[in-house]
Design a protein around this ligand. Structure first.
Ligand code: FAD
Length: 401
């Protein structure tokens, strides 16, 4: 059954095939078994010393998977394709771990974007990071940067987390939500929060801050239904003092930067959940060919084949859209948020629909916690909220038309 992008695409280069082979082996031999084992643990044990989670991080870094697309001889389009290939395999292996590994690089990336040597040195490659943007009172509105989908009656602009300039340093106080990925384990944050502009006015700012040097405490790891290998939890800033140049983006460029980061994050979510959908499709196809019921395999039934074909179409369509969006956005000075949102919403909906249909094809066998499909179904469900609720993202995208 040809389903992998590398099997079907006549234009795959040697570099792309090498990236795929490395990523697929890692996804099959490391990510998937680790994700299944971590799924069964209480939230606090997922990241305990000696947890398999730390092996996953070590092996990911040793293989250089976070850097595969940055080889200097590749064009932006080739980099985008490699990012896609690696990303789909990560999501195929385990979507929660794929997100944990992917978001870990955010503070380093923002430090590098700043061009500030001190920050680059302080947050080197390999720093375990997080993207702290949503707050207890600000979820959907944090990704609605220009307020385009605000309700006319909504006046609450009071941030839960704010940075105030005091001499040559910022003092950060308040908290981020219980959903910050890597929230209780991160060593550093790419912190998107309000900046006090004086006179009761606030703007947005992006900071790169350490989380292990005092002035910060954490909540309990969030115990949740899916993506259980992905650590999430609150971060509390108790008058954390950081040098003024920790603010890498100020209020003037905040909206454009937040747009760009959401583009990147939504594009990457799209890719991850094509992989998740493909995993569900493959498991269901294999099971349908094995399961004998009424004297024949269930694959013998026309209606089962028809359902599998619909799942196949959904995976291929989501993949095609993701490829197109990554290519378009890689070629643009300013990426198109509506395109990235289209790929995220399409892939995550496809992952949920395909996982749900796969679950049905497994029948009673699928409900056991020893069966991989029920986990994929739970993992896929979260993706329609993660990185922005799909329906709010849709409104944000449509406001750009
Ligand atoms: C698995 C996972 C990982 C996450 N990782 C991170 C992370 O790394 N960093 C981080 O900061 N956050 C993270 N989040 C938080 C995530 O971004 C938010 O959960 C999401 O943006 C929605 O915010 P909320 O949960 O506060 O929902 P709410 O904003 O309270 O929305 C609840 C419901 O109301 C609807 N609604 C709200 N506003 C509107 C509107 N204007 N128009 C129409 N309907 C509306 C929504 O569609 C939704 O159905 C993560 C969440 C999940 C589930």
């Amino acid at each position: 059954m040809a389903m992998l992008a590398v099997d079907l695409d006549p234009d795959f280069s040697e570099a792309e095939r090498a990236a795929w082979e490395t990523a697929h082996r890692f996804a099959r031999d490391v990510l998937r078994p680790a994700g299944q084992a971590l799924d069964k643990l209480p939230a606090a044990e997922v990241f305990a010393p000696g947890s398999i989670l730390w092996d996953v991080f070590d092996q990911y870094r040793e293989l250089g998977l976070e850097m595969f697309d940055t080889q200097s001889d590749l064009t932006p389009a080739e980099q985008a394709r490699i990012r896609y290939i690696v990303g789909e395999e990560m999501g195929w292996g385990d979507s929660g771990l794929a997100i944990s590994l992917g978001v870990a690089n955010f503070p380093t990336m923002m430090a590098q974007t700043s061009g500030n040597p001190a920050l680059i040195e302080r947050f080197p490659q390999g720093t375990l990071g997080c993207w702290a943007i949503t707050e207890p009172d600000h979820g959907s509105d944090q990704i609605n940067f220009d307020g385009a989908v605000n309700h006319p009656g909504g006046q609450d602009k009071r941030p839960n987390c704010i940075a105030r300039l005091d001499g040559n340093q910022f003092v950060i106080s308040g908290q981020k939500s219980a959903w910050v990925s890597n929230g209780t384990i991160a060593e550093a944050a790419a912190l998107f929060c309000a900046v006090d502009l004086g006179g009761g006015r606030t703007g947005g700012g992006v900071f790169v801050v350490p989380l292990n040097e005092g002035g910060v405490s954490r909540g309990k790891p969030t115990d949740k239904i899916g993506q259980r290998a992905l650590n999430q939890g609150e971060i509390f800033f108790n008058d954390l003092k950081v040098p003024a140049d920790s603010m890498v983006i100020g209020p003037d460029l905040y909206r454009a930067t937040a747009d760009r980061i959401l583009c990147m994050a939504n594009g990457s979510m799209g890719t991850t959940f094509v992989g998740c959908a493909r995993a569900a499709f493959e498991l269901a196809t294999d099971y349908a060919k094995e399961r004998v019921q009424g004297g024949v395999t269930i694959f013998t039934h026309q209606s089962v084949k028809a359902r599998l074909f619909k799942m196949y179409r959904q995976v291929e369509a989501a993949r095609a859209l993701n490829h197109r969006v990554l290519r378009i956005n890689a070629a643009r000075e300013v990426p198109l948020l509506e395109q990235a949102i289209a790929s995220k919403v399409t892939s995550t909906q496809a992952a949920f629909d395909v996982a749900s249909e796969a679950f049905q094809i497994f029948g009673g066998a699928g409900i056991s916690r020893d069966c991989p499909i029920e986990k994929i179904f739970r993992d896929a469900r979260l993706s329609m909220i993660e990185d922005g609720c799909n329906e709010v993202l849709g409104l944000v995208a449509a406001s750009r038309f």
